[in-house]
Ligand binder design. Structure first.
Ligand SMILES: *[C@@H]1O[C@H](CO)[C@@H](O)[C@H](O)[C@H]1NC(C)=O
Ligand SMILES: *[C@@H]1O[C@H](CO)[C@@H](O)[C@H](O)[C@H]1NC(C)=O
Ligand SMILES: *[C@@H]1O[C@H](CO)[C@@H](O)[C@H](O)[C@H]1NC(C)=O
Ligand SMILES: *[C@@H]1O[C@H](CO)[C@@H](O)[C@H](O)[C@H]1NC(C)=O
Ligand SMILES: *[C@@H]1O[C@H](CO)[C@@H](O)[C@H](O)[C@H]1NC(C)=O
Ligand SMILES: *[C@@H]1O[C@H](CO)[C@@H](O)[C@H](O)[C@H]1NC(C)=O
Ligand SMILES: *[C@@H]1O[C@H](CO)[C@@H](O)[C@H](O)[C@H]1NC(C)=O
Ligand SMILES: *[C@@H]1O[C@H](CO)[C@@H](O)[C@H](O)[C@H]1NC(C)=O
Ligand SMILES: *[C@@H]1O[C@H](CO)[C@@H](O)[C@H](O)[C@H]1NC(C)=O
Ligand SMILES: *[C@@H]1O[C@H](CO)[C@@H](O)[C@H](O)[C@H]1NC(C)=O
Ligand SMILES: *[C@@H]1O[C@H](CO)[C@@H](O)[C@H](O)[C@H]1NC(C)=O
Ligand SMILES: *[C@@H]1O[C@H](CO)[C@@H](O)[C@H](O)[C@H]1NC(C)=O
Length: 823
């Protein structure tokens, strides 16, 4: 049956021969399961299926779980859920409400009653045996006897159905999308659709329009072009009234799901948002392999067809798989080379290359596929979200994906040009949802201070940052936060500009947003140094605004020892609300809480631009050290961490992003060995080669990139051209940085108990500081040579890492900012 084309194999073979196939070390299931076996709930929410790096298409299954109270469908894939479709677009690692799960197919062996093709519950399928997933490949066996294999290209994919004897159908329900099983405010909806069948039924084209979802997005339209290798014997379109419960929308309210009306070559949704689709049928009752390739585009059906034809050039599934593997190896995995020989620790190889895989599934490179404007700039979507990825993911893109990264930044700026603000989250071509600050500021600053210029228009880049810092975005009145915009910008800027901090009486998340706006303004000051020197001092001063919310008299509750001085809720009138305050608690840590996804205890450590003042505020080096020591002690958490808890019982919570840099803060008191000890312990405990292998949502790869830095033995300080030295997990690592330079990291004496740094050389020179600058080795390449041992040694004698935003505000009034100490 296979009409194999030899050409691609011949051209690809030499490439494969001369490089290591790192894809064999990727376990695409890491994060697919949470603490309850068989449930995605509390896990990574990852996508499982066929995709290329930063691909538009993430081809995988959509599922539905009977136990709705703990159901999590965000990546489409769940370990045990019933399969409702195989669809082209997915997110990976996201929490909140699902988004995408659109442009589907579903193989059926009967469409007779009780099956109703408008009601997925009548045809969905459980799976038999275990699914198989490798880079670029997914296979499952459905209970109806159909085996499904698939692979993804950039804007297209191929699906191969092995039907058993009997009836054979493929259903295309244009109105299909990933639902949220609990319903509510941010569910997706289907708004419009069209489908047309051509070429004896073997080709179908059309579009679907969908809105809503986690980021509260405007409708977006996806055009599609599907083709079957064997023309079906029967192909009919269908329509049916839409009974989805969607607010502000015409539906056939509170009516049962109707039966589909079948027939004809064309269907349109019309003004009542009718559901449309097509049913393809093969009469041959023998066991039969049926293949389909599908392309999608945000521009037109023609482009969708062109992608299908140019990206999936043969009907041999293996060709697409091989092409995907080659792309992952050459564009991603081979940028970090470690020894894969017999003596290598396979678990560590799996953790490294799987983590690289997951941090390259999003954002999506939609260059040439922007339906909103045509500027010639790169276009990227699915920043989901910068709140997660600004902390260290983007700094790794900077090193190993310089071209993509520059494109992402140009896209962020271009979104400001045409829509007024850069996004913090963006998906389906729409900005939202902002969880804290305007963290595109941090992304731009991180690139700027490391010298990234390329084709980025930094005049515009800085102007986009100033918009975030100065112009209050209109209130979106989201149910998540009625006090200000959740779409873009800084929704609590009215507080920040007026009183210098976020107040507890006028705004949600006062602690976390104060901390984040401070770093955002520090980011502005960093770019202003090169782009608008007159602004530097202004934004530096504002970056110290967190100090207004620091109550030196507040004490920790139920801790031994007792710690004094914390980020504390403060009214707009300048009075702290500290009566009965316990900084180790944050209510639900949600939108309306005083802090988001972490307690004030944790946020009180998150001032990367001025750790010097922080140390001072915490009682000097010994006070800082004992408070750090404390948060790693078991049984110290007082906050119920809920589904994302991952069994974490320390105040330190590596499952959420705010604490990412905290384990490394010991470097700031020249006790680097403690950073190594604490961060390694976290990595060993919570990151595993297992389905439940990450502590909570992977957040578009943010958790995964944290682990990669840990394994490389360095950690970036965002918005500064600074990296902390830690301890690598491999004795020899070659990283391709700055397009084609090599950074080699070696570690002699590495062993199970021998991972504390004894000495370091950078570019052959003895290195006495526990940090270095981007310029030292990331521009022209270079070497870091670690000598490791089991001794917990204070090897560093040089200056501690810098605090370039160091500045002390006197008193608690905005006007008393006279005492400044610039670096
Ligand atoms: C799958 O569907 C069947 C039949 O509707 C149902 O009994 C079962 O509970 C579902 N399984 C899951 C995991 O939701
Ligand atoms: C499947 O059916 C359920 C129940 O009608 C509905 O809530 C859901 O949106 C449908 N679609 C999918 C893809 O699960
Ligand atoms: C599925 O995987 C589990 C866990 O790896 C294993 O115990 C089980 O035997 C597998 N089942 C089949 C049918 O292969
Ligand atoms: C596809 O590739 C796999 C190995 O990657 C091989 O085992 C299989 O036989 C190939 N299938 C075909 C149809 O070539
Ligand atoms: C790193 O590069 C050096 C120099 O080319 C080479 O000798 C070494 O084997 C490489 N190590 C790895 C793990 O690739
Ligand atoms: C491999 O490394 C892991 C840490 O990731 C460690 O737990 C394990 O013992 C090592 N395996 C071997 C065989 O050394
Ligand atoms: C940057 O964009 C502005 C307009 O937004 C333009 O005036 C300026 O010439 C551009 N700078 C460069 C270097 O292209
Ligand atoms: C500030 O506002 C709070 C809350 O409204 C109030 O309890 C407090 O008394 C006020 N303080 C001053 C000094 O006005
Ligand atoms: C002030 O703090 C108390 C105790 O933490 C809390 O119950 C109250 O809601 C807070 N007031 C405001 C306006 O947030
Ligand atoms: C933590 O607390 C639990 C319950 O209070 C207790 O059973 C356990 O022994 C404690 N563990 C440690 C290490 O203190
Ligand atoms: C290295 O990459 C840079 C940036 O793309 C390019 O200008 C240069 O020609 C490359 N050098 C080599 C030797 O490939
Ligand atoms: C560890 O330190 C102790 C005391 O400083 C020293 O005697 C010992 O040789 C060191 N061990 C190693 C492996 O460096």
């Amino acid at each position: 049956m296979a009409f194999r084309s030899l050409a691609p194999l011949l051209t690809l073979a030499p490439l494969v021969l001369c490089q290591v196939d790192y894809s064999q070390y990727v376990n695409p299931f890491i994060g697919s399961e949470g603490p309850i076996p068989g449930q995605a709930f509390g896990g990574g929410d990852i996508f499982v299926g066929g995709a290329v790096p930063f691909g538009v298409v993430k081809l995988g299954i959509d599922t539905y779980e009977a136990n709705r109270s703990i159901s999590t469908l965000n990546g489409g894939y769940t370990p045990n859920g019933n399969v409702t479709a195989i669809s082209m677009m997915h997110e990976s690692g996201t929490g909140g409400f699902p988004k995408y799960g659109v442009i589907p197919q579903m193989p059926l062996t009967t469409v007779a009653a009780p099956v109703n093709i408008l009601d997925n519950q009548t045809y969905w399928q459980s799976r038999v045996g275990n699914d198989t997933a490798r880079v670029g490949y997914f296979k499952m066996a459905l209970a109806n006897g159909v085996a499904v294999e698939l692979s993804g290209a950039r804007h297209a994919g191929i699906i191969q159905y092995s039907f058993p004897t009997g009836d054979k159908h493929v259903l295309v329900d244009v109105s299909h999308y990933l639902p949220d099983e609990k319903g509510g405010y941010s569910v997706q909806n289907y708004q419009d659709g069209q489908i047309h069948i051509a070429d004896n039924g073997s080709v179908y084209t059309g579009y679907g329009t969908y809105g809503g979802g986690w980021n509260e997005g405007a409708p977006f339209t996806v055009f599609f072009c599907g083709e079957f290798e064997q023309p079906p014997d029967d192909a009919q379109t269908f329509r049916g009234r839409n009974t989805d419960q969607t607010a502000r929308f015409h539906t056939f309210s509170n009516e049962p799901i109707p039966q589909a009306e079948l027939g004809g070559n064309s269907r349109s949704a019309g003004h009542l948002h009718d559901r449309v689709g097509a049913l393809f049928t093969w009469n041959n009752s023998d066991a039969l392999v049926i293949r389909s390739r599908v392309g999608i585009s945000f521009i037109s059906e023609d482009k969708a067809c062109a992608f299908k034809n140019s990206e999936v050039t043969s009907w041999d599934l293996n060709d697409t798989v091989t092409a995907a593997i080659d792309e992952w190896n050459s564009d991603v995995f081979s940028n970090i080379k470690v020894d894969t020989g017999d003596s290598a620790n396979r678990t560590n190889l799996v953790l490294l290359y799987s983590s690289l895989y997951f941090m390259h599934l999003m954002p999506s490179d939609r260059t040439g596929e922007n339906p909103l404007w045509d500027s010639g700039e790169p276009y990227w979507d699915d920043f989901y979200t910068l709140w997660d990825t600004f902390r260290n993911t983007i700094s790794l893109y900077h090193l190993i994906q310089p071209q993509a990264y520059e494109g992402q930044i140009r896209a962020l700026i271009d979104i400001w040009r045409y829509e007024g603000y850069m996004p913090d989250g963006r998906s389906g071509n729409y900005n939202g949802l902002v969880q804290g600050g305007s963290n595109a500021d941090n992304v731009l600053a991180d690139a700027y201070v490391k010298g990234l210029r390329g084709a980025i228009n930094w005049t515009d880049g800085y102007a986009a940052m100033v918009k975030n810092a100065e112009v209050l975005p209109y209130n979106t009145f989201s149910l998540d936060d009625l006090t200000g915009s959740t779409k873009e910008g800084r929704g609590a800027l009215y507080d920040w500009l007026e009183v210098g901090y976020i107040s507890v009486d006028r705004s949600g998340r006062c602690i976390s947003r104060t901390v984040e706006y401070a770093l955002n303004d520090f980011a502005l000051s960093q770019v202003a140094r090169g782009e608008a020197s007159e602004d530097v001092q202004k934004y530096l001063r504002r970056s110290a605004g967190w100090q207004y919310s620091w109550d030196h008299t507040v004490q920790s509750v139920n801790t031994t020892p007792v710690f004094s001085g914390f980020m504390t809720p403060k009214y707009a009138n300048g009075t702290f609300n500290s009566t009965g305050y316990n900084p180790a608690l944050c209510g639900e840590c949600e939108w309306s809480a005083i802090s988001y996804e972490a307690t004030p205890f944790e946020y009180s450590f998150v001032i990367p631009h001025d750790v010097e003042t922080l140390i001072d505020f915490m009682g000097g080096i010994s006070g800082f050290e004992s408070r750090l020591d404390y948060i790693f002690k078991p049984n110290t958490t007082q906050q119920d961490l809920g589904a994302n808890g991952a069994g974490i019982d320390t105040i330190m919570n590596i499952g959420n992003e705010p604490d990412f840099a905290t384990p490394y803060l010991y470097n700031y008191i020249n006790k680097q060995w403690k950073s190594v000890r604490q961060s390694r312990a976290l990595a060993y405990q919570f990151f595993k080669d297992a389905n439940y292998g990450v502590p909570g949502n992977s957040d578009a790869g943010a958790l995964n990139s944290w682990l990669i830095w840990q394994m490389l033995g360095i950690y970036p300080i965002v918005t500064q051209p600074v990296y902390l030295l830690e301890s690598p997990w491999f004795s020899d690592i070659n990283i391709t940085v700055n397009y084609n330079k090599t950074l080699r990291i070696t570690a002699s004496n590495l062993g199970p108990d021998s991972f504390y740094v004894q000495s370091v050389k950078i570019n052959g020179k003895d290195w006495k500081r526990n940090w270095f600058e981007h310029e030292d080795i990331m521009v022209r390449g270079g070497t870091i040579e670690f000598v490791l041992g089991s001794n917990q040694t204070i090897w560093e004698t040089g200056d501690v890492p810098p605090s370039p935003g160091h500045l002390i505000i006197n008193g608690t009034s905005v006007n008393s900012t006279s005492s400044t100490a610039f670096p």
